[in-house]
Design a binder for this molecule. Structure first.
Ligand code: PLP
Length: 406
């Protein structure tokens, strides 16, 4: 007898996108030690935490040093002060009907976007945008929900792919086959595309009619600049009965290393008589360790007047980089999109190059590292992602190099 593993993990194809990139970059650097590389590839932020957040962290650390103000285990679903701050600032201030007890504090949107599928039966068919953040599909693979992988098409037999192509401004169309669980991520990683409020409303109406649930990833909400782009799915009518929303403090406030997020599950969201709210509360109480008190206090500071002003500047800094990339590439004759409501610029690879051919081309000729679009789904082939998270100086230099040599 031998213990058995979850062999769904063995179905995951190939090596992880970013490890392949890492290997290629290391090989290049070894062979060309005199050529400094600029990374416009990885989706991690680079600016330090804002002063208001640092102050809040320091204060919370000091509280831990005294018996009277020490905090042990955090409440299962998060501290009330943070749940209320999120409900009030991110929802009620926008006219959305979300209460503090519908906000579940998490250690990030990645974790919850992976974990949320646990409260659904394996007997559900998922639909995903193509291309998109790979975690949605990969976690469903690990759970055994995705069927058989076809290496030629790079698709799973039991996943509905919704191509997001130039013809539709990189927005998905309503699928012909009805899914049970629909993952939407807007502003989108990697394309930087968005849906208008009326476009998103169509998805809500569709899901409510079909009895499907939407898992809406709002990780890049802070980057929205256009009026008609919703900041949350609950700006749409009827979303309370069909949508879960994932939020992150990573890209709006620099918490990629600190770790903090929130998942919104309205109490109206039911399968038969069972609320998803009650299932997720149970899951949180059993399997979630909680974001630390210190981190939740830091999250609260994101909503202080000082914090808001400082973070607005930080987002503007990255969005200025996005503009440098977008306009620079356009001047250089590239076909580009994104970059207006998102820190991602999506470009069509020139001269019919594949995504990976263009990766090598850019690395060798401009010493700039980006991310091949094919890593985000089959419809990403022929595209390439650049990110606005670098320093301004590096971003300008990278674009100059691409203009000169790329
Ligand atoms: N969701 C999307 C769409 C992302 O692109 C990312 C990170 O790149 C995340 C979630 C991860 O968020 P977090 O850092 O809160 O786990």
């Amino acid at each position: 007898m031998m213990f058995k593993i979850n062999d769904n993990y063995l179905k995951l194809p190939g090596s992880y996108l970013f490890s392949t990139i890492g290997k290629k970059v290391n090989a290049f650097t070894e062979a060309n030690p005199d050529k400094p590389i600029i990374r416009l590839g990885i989706g991690d932020v680079t600016q330090p935490l804002a002063p208001a957040i640092i102050d809040s962290l320091h204060n919370a650390v000091d509280e831990m040093a005294n018996a009277e103000t020490f905090h042990g285990y955090a409440p299962d679903l998060g501290y009330e002060f943070l749940r209320s701050a999120i409900a009030k600032n991110d929802y009620q201030a926008r006219g959305c009907d979300i209460a503090a007890d519908e906000v579940f504090i998490s250690d990030g949107a990645k974790c919850d976007s992976g974990n949320i599928q646990e409260i659904f039966s394996l007997d559900n068919k998922i639909a995903v945008c193509d291309p998109v953040y790979p975690v949605y599909v990969d976690t469903n693979v690990m759970a055994g929900r995705t069927g058989i992988y076809n290496a030629a098409t790079e698709m799973w037999s039991n996943v509905i792919y919704m191509p997001c192509t130039a013809e539709t401004n990189f927005a998905p169309e309503l699928p012909k086959e009805t899914p049970d669980i629909i993952y939407l991520c807007f502003p989108n990683n990697p394309t930087g595309s968005t849906l208008t409020k009326s476009q998103l409303q169509e998805w809500i109406d569709y899901a409510n009619k079909a009895g499907a649930v939407i898992i809406y990833d709002a990780a890049y909400e802070a980057y929205i600049t256009e009026e008609d782009v919703p900041h949350t799915i609950y700006e749409c009518e009827g979303a309370r009965s069909c949508a879960i929303e994932l939020r992150s403090f990573s890209k709006n406030a620099g918490f990629t290393g600190v770790r903090l997020g929130a998942t919104i599950i309205p109490k109206d969201l039911k399968s038969g008589d069972v609320t998803l709210h009650s299932l997720w509360a149970r899951r949180h109480g059993t399997k979630y360790n909680g974001a630390p008190y210190i981190v939740q206090r830091a999250g609260e500071a994101v909503y202080s007047e000082e914090g808001k002003a400082q973070l607005k500047k930080q987002v503007a800094y990255y969005m200025n980089n996005a503009k440098v990339i977008y306009e620079g590439l356009k001047d250089a004759g590239y076909k580009v999109s994104g970059g207006v409501n998102a820190p991602y610029i999506w470009l069509q690879t020139p001269k019919g190059m594949t995504s990976w051919e263009f990766f090598d081309y850019l690395l060798e000729n401009a010493n700039v590292v980006g991310t091949p679009g094919s890593g985000f789904g089959p419809s990403g082939e022929g595209y390439f992602r650049l990110t606005a998270f670098g320093s301004y100086e590096n971003t300008v230099e990278a674009i100059e190099r691409i203009k000169r040599k790329g």
